[in-house]
Structure formats: C-alpha cells, structure tokens
Design a protein around this ligand. Structure first.
Ligand code: GDP
Length: 295
C-alpha cells in the first residue's frame, strides 16, 4: 500500500532521521521533498502546500532546531500532521436505530455491492447484529444477482423486488421487511453510474430523503486519485454523507485519495476495503495509516 509514497517520504526525511546535521536549509529542502512526494501521490496541490506550511509553522513554534533531537521531532510533526489531515481519531458508524438504516452511495464499480456485503458480514460477526441487505439497483439485474451471491456467501438475507423499478419503494419495503423479521441493521445498496450525473444524484437524494438513514456512506475507489476527491465532493453536496469508504487499497494506489478526501469534504474515512474477499475490510485509523505511510 502506497509503496511509492512511502519510499519518497523516507528519502525526503532521510536527513532528519539522523543522517547529517540539521539546519534551516535542509529542513526547508526536506519540506520541499515532502511536498513533491505528496504531489506525486496525486494529492491536490493546495492540500500539499497547506500541509507543508503547517509542518513548518509547527516546527518554528516548537523551536525544533534548538531541541536535542531536532530530526526526530520534525518526523513526529510530519506524522502528527499527516494523521490530522486524514482525520484525527477513528470514528465508528451510527447503529442507534432499530433497525439502523445504512445507505450506500457511490459510482458504479466503486465497490458498493462488495462493501455492503463486507459490512453486513462484519456486523453479523458482532453477534448482536442481524443485518438485512437490500438491493436497490433497478437498472442492472446482474447487480441484484451479485448481492444475492454475496448474501449467500456470508449467510445474510437479501431483500429484492425484481420488476419493481422504484428504488424508493424498494428501500421502504426493505426496511418494513427488516422490522417484521427482527433485523436490526438494514444496508441499502443503490445503483451507481460510471460518472456523476443528474439522474443518479436525484435518485439517491430521493432515497435519502424518503428513508432518513442513520448513516449514509460514500464508497470510492482509491485508485481514482483526485477524481475520487471530486466525486466525493459532488455526492457530499447532495447527501451531506456521514463517512467515506475507501476501497481497493490493496491495489497499486498512490495514496492521494486517502490523504486528501477528509480535508475536502470534512467527513471521516470510516472503513477501507483491502481485497475482493468478504473479510477484506478494516476500520480506518488515521494514525495507523500515517505510521504505515511513513514507515
Ligand atoms: P459497485 O458497482 O459499486 O457495486 O462495485 P462492486 O462491488 O461490483 O465492485 C467492482 C469490482 O471491484 C468488483 O470486481 C469487486 O470484486 C472489486 N472490488 C471491490 N472492493 C475491492 C477491494 O477492496 N479490493 C479489490 N482488489 N477489489 C475490490
């Protein structure tokens, strides 16, 4: 994960990690390298610039150069800022409803259906949760089949209504079915498109208004870099969602989406997807991710 970015940051911080004396000049050089590494990872220019400015400010504020171990302190400041940029403390999902309704949103291919299954499995394994998956993609019969396959794999019931082309009605019927059958979590998988378009936005917005979910999650493919961030912004403008799910972090992703998305939409990344299997789900911890990135 993020090998290229980690290598570049490691090289950038090399001097500070105790190789050679530390001066104002090489701190400035280091920050320039850090910024370059972030840009190469597809982090938005403004965010990369703000990031290094903040690190610089903190370093000045703490009189880094006069401390006993200036290099280590600088590395710590970079790590703390990276953690902050990705979201600070980890946040869970709201499961206070009965049933708790979780609405999944995102583009087609982002990994919504796969993640819906992963989340259902994750919650089911918590014993106190009995999830129901609801298939609301009325355009692609294959998407409904896919959710049924996933449901069977993890032993979670799937509610669908083939032939019904009203996703609002299906989601409401799904919630009613959950209530009648003792499901305390409902995960609603919706239709995506290949790109943001008005019809999709109207549809997801209508579902959102009609069912008032406890939790609205936006799923995005981390391989799509800055596009991921732009898509997140478009969905957030419409849904004011509660959290982001970053998928495909097992692939050769550069890291830009993971680093930038929180500060653009001001919503936490809650989970990550790290593979196609149902078990490939992890809670997102910004500080652990920063540790991983900085090696
Ligand atoms: P949807 O159209 O948003 O419902 O996306 P899907 O759930 O159908 O996922 C699209 C493709 O991405 C499928 O081939 C999934 O197996 C794959 N996929 C989903 N999540 C991950 C992940 O975390 N890692 C990898 N490597 N593949 C994933």
């Amino acid at each position: 994960m993020f090998n290229n970015l980690s290598d570049k940051l490691d090289k950038a911080l090399h001097v500070l990690k105790g190789h050679g004396s530390i001066t104002e000049v090489n701190v400035a050089e280091t920050l320039k390298e850090v910024r370059r590494a972030l840009l190469d990872a597809d982090v938005n220019f403004k965010i990369a610039k703000e990031f290094t400015n903040k690190v610089k400010e903190k370093a000045l504020g703490q009189n880094v150069l006069t401390t006993l171990q200036p290099g280590q302190l600088m590395v710590k400041i970079v790590k703390d800022e990276l953690t902050e940029l990705m979201g600070g403390d980890a946040e869970g999902i709201n499961l206070s409803g009965n049933p708790s309704v979780i609405l999944m949103s995102g583009l087609q291919g982002s990994g919504k259906t796969t993640f819906s299954g992963k989340l259902a499995n994750y919650l089911k394994n918590k014993k106190t949760k009995k999830p129901l998956l609801v298939a609301c993609d009325v355009y692609r019969p294959a998407a409904i089949d896919q959710l049924h396959v996933v449901g069977e794999q993890i032993g979670v019931e799937v509610f669908s209504d083939r032939g019904n082309n009203d996703p609002v009605a299906i989601s409401k019927a799904g919630i009613a079915h959950a209530k009648a059958n003792g499901h305390n979590v409902v995960i609603i998988d919706t239709a995506g498109r290949l790109a943001v378009d008005e019809a999709m936005m109207t549809e997801i917005s209508n579902i959102h208004k009609a069912i008032e979910p406890q939790e609205t999650l936006f799923v995005v493919d981390s391989m799509t870099g800055q596009d991921a961030v732009n898509t997140a912004k478009a969905f957030n403008d419409i849904l004011n969602f509660d959290g982001v799910i970053l998928t495909k972090l097992d692939g050769d992703t550069r890291g830009g989406a993971a680093i930038s998305i929180k500060s653009v939409v001001n919503k936490p990344i809650k989970f990550i997807g790290t593979g196609e299997k149902m078990e490939a789900i992890d809670v997102f911890y910004p500080s652990r991710m920063a540790d991983r990135i900085l090696g």
